[in-house]
Design a protein. Structure first.
Lengths: 251, 368
């Protein structure tokens, strides 16, 4: 039995007010891959993530997660599908009215199957995973530093034990040291939990430290998709411009 | 994907197989839990080698089944052992977050302290306004005319339709109800006195104040509150722009100026509604109504009404700005402060109305 790809996009067409963002975009991500999504500002990377999440419906084309079409009308099926993915929003998108503990406990409580003790253990486990202590659980999101917001948001994204993790600029706004820690953290988690990860990033170090595969979004579609070494050989103005003289750095 | 979690119990041996993940366990969580809970406490051999996946939710479930200690004999793959090790490293006892108990005196005391703090904040804001006014007198170039006129437009002009509609309907209602009563006494002509005094002196200003508190007051609190959440207020300060002169002052002045005009407008429309209802109910001609209005209602009533509008506008804007400036950067605080702003504004307006009623009780009442 061959597993369906985790993500499969085909012929996706998106436009905003008549301006095409994606045109005939296709992408296929298999289980266990860590894909870095590259592209210039405004090339539609975040829109692509939102389409994978089902937050934005493309004008045309097909988006499949775990072999299930996002346009499938079955509500229960869609809800189960959402539980298999976790998203780290660029600015965290923590619920500002809830404490850190409640933020992470929220998706677990929503299942309405787990008892209080179970949820507490899981929340502390997730906090420990992202390197935060029990004391941090009582803080409110407004009291956290930028790096801690990202960690808590990651812990919340991991709360439901997702098989697919989407990261929007995971290291933007972190200092190089923190950013390196964060990269190692996600790498460790990926190895342990066997996640599939898609991340949007502009940071070469993040890309070099994490990604097994790279997808380049330019000219409204994925112009190249392959391992890091393969991408290096692509001759496209965006790729050469992006890596510039630092091509070696990626390898 | 579809390998469901399985539990097989043989004599003294527990064999787990399949994917023990939260997603896969959910449909059969209760039966799994009861099956695990029904096992004898010790002396089991645990075989976890057939597991395909084990996530931390399942690890917690197992760890609880084992009562927080490794079983005597256990077979498990190295990767899955790591997952359970992580759970084992957590402290055994997970105390629930203590729920803060609230005692009545404490509750009342907090409420009073909060009210006192709000009062103090509003007095401070008023003082700041006076200082700003003083500064602007000597620096007339800094007067924020554009913001001021924008606020008059938003709080005044855009409120005309809704205040007119509500005023008209209230006028019709009061006129209709009074006409029924007056008819039975044969005192139809007094409808002019009743409508004139009640609408111009009392209903017009209070009605507009309630509408404006809900419409413009809440908008002001929300706007300033969001500006605080998104740090726009801080951005203003870093550019050397005073937040009180640029944000607070135009709102308060704008509403203070717009309110008397709104009161005038609403009272006029309410009177029109009352006149039309009187025409239909009592056959009282519009000309008669208008001719007798100045005689029945001394002009002092109009001045009192406008004065009330002036004060109410100031109070609503002051309360709204105060609560807006004290929004904490989270959504809960934003909604709580907007609610407080509207409730406090309406309460304060009615309090001020009572004060007005006491101090103007000798003025403007026609002597028959």
């Amino acid at each position: 039995m061959s597993e369906p790809p985790v993500i499969e996009l085909d012929g996706v067409y998106t436009s905003f007010r008549g301006h095409p963002v994606h045109r005939d975009l296709a992408l296929r991500v298999d289980e266990g891959q860590i894909v870095g999504l590259l592209g210039g500002s405004g090339s539609g990377k975040t829109t692509l993530l939102r389409e994978i999440l089902g937050l934005h419906r493309p004008d045309a084309g097909m988006v499949r997660l775990f072999g299930v079409d996002l346009n499938e009308p079955d509500v229960q099926l869609q809800r189960n599908l959402r539980r298999r993915l976790g998203m780290l929003f660029q600015h965290g998108a923590l619920f500002s009215a809830l404490s850190v503990f409640d933020n992470i406990a929220f998706p677990l409580r929503e299942l309405r199957c787990l008892d209080g003790d179970w949820i507490r253990r899981l929340v502390h486990l997730k906090l420990a995973m992202v390197g935060l202590g029990e004391g941090h659980g009582k803080l409110m999101p407004a009291e956290l530093s930028g790096g801690m917001v990202k960690r808590v948001a990651l812990a919340r994204a991991l709360a439901l034990e997702p098989e697919l993790l989407l990261l929007d600029e995971p290291t933007a706004g972190l200092d190089p040291d923190r950013s390196q820690n964060f990269v190692e953290l996600i790498g460790d988690l990926q190895r342990e939990l066997g996640l599939t990860v898609i991340m949007v990033t502009h940071d070469l170090n993040t890309l070099a430290g994490l990604a097994t595969h790279v997808a380049v979004l330019a000219d409204h579609h994925i112009i190249a998709y392959g391992t890091r070494a393969e991408i290096m050989t692509i001759d496209h103005p965006f790729v050469t411009g992006f890596f510039g003289a630092d091509r070696r750095k990626l390898l | 994907m579809s390998d469901i979690p399985r539990l097989r119990v043989e004599s003294g041996r527990v064999v787990l197989s399949g994917a023990w993940t939260l997603a896969e366990m959910l449909p059969m969580l209760e039966s799994l839990q009861s099956a695990l809970g029904g096992l004898p406490a010790a002396g089991q051999h645990w075989d976890l080698t057939a597991l395909t996946r084990l996530d931390s939710a399942a690890a917690v479930l197992l760890w609880r089944t084992w009562h927080g200690a490794w079983p005597a004999s256990l077979e498990i793959g190295e990767m899955h052992r790591q997952v359970i090790v992580r759970v084992a490293e957590l402290p055994q006892e997970m105390p629930a977050q203590p729920v803060a108990r609230v005692h009545l005196p404490e509750f009342v005391g907090r409420l009073l302290l909060k009210a006192a703090a709000n009062l103090r904040g509003m007095i401070a804001l008023f003082g700041q306004l006076l200082l700003d006014g003083n500064y602007l007198l000597s620096h007339p170039r800094d007067i924020p005319w554009r913001e001021f006129t924008a606020n008059v437009y938003k709080a005044g002009l855009l409120a005309l339709p809704v205040t007119a509609l509500v005023g008209f309907l209230i006028g019709v209602t009061i006129s209709y109800l009074s006409a029924l009563q007056l008819k039975s006494f044969g005192a139809e002509l007094f409808i002019v006195n009743i409508l004139g005094i009640s609408i111009i002196r009392e209903l017009g200003p209070v009605l507009v104040a309630v509408l404006v508190a809900g419409r413009s007051g809440s908008a002001m609190t929300a706007q300033i509150g969001v500006m605080r959440v998104t740090e726009e207020i801080d951005a203003l300060s870093t550019m050397g722009v005073s937040r009180s002169i640029r944000v607070v002052l135009p709102k308060i002045l704008g509403l203070t100026v717009a309110m008397p005009l709104l009161v005038l407008w609403t009272s006029a429309v309410a009177l029109l509604g009352g006149m039309l209802a009187a025409l239909l109910q009592l056959d009282l001609s519009l000309v008669y109504f208008l001719e007798n209005l100045p005689r029945a209602v001394p002009v002092a009533n109009l001045l009192i009404g406008l004065g009330k509008g002036f004060v109410f506008g100031f109070v609503i804007a002051l309360v709204a700005c105060h609560f807006g400036l004290h929004v904490k950067p989270n959504t809960e605080s934003l909604s709580a402060n907007t609610t407080s702003a509207v409730v406090t504004a309406i309460t304060t307006v009615i309090l001020a109305d009572a004060v007005f009623a006491i101090f103007t009780r000798q003025i403007g009442v026609p002597q028959l």
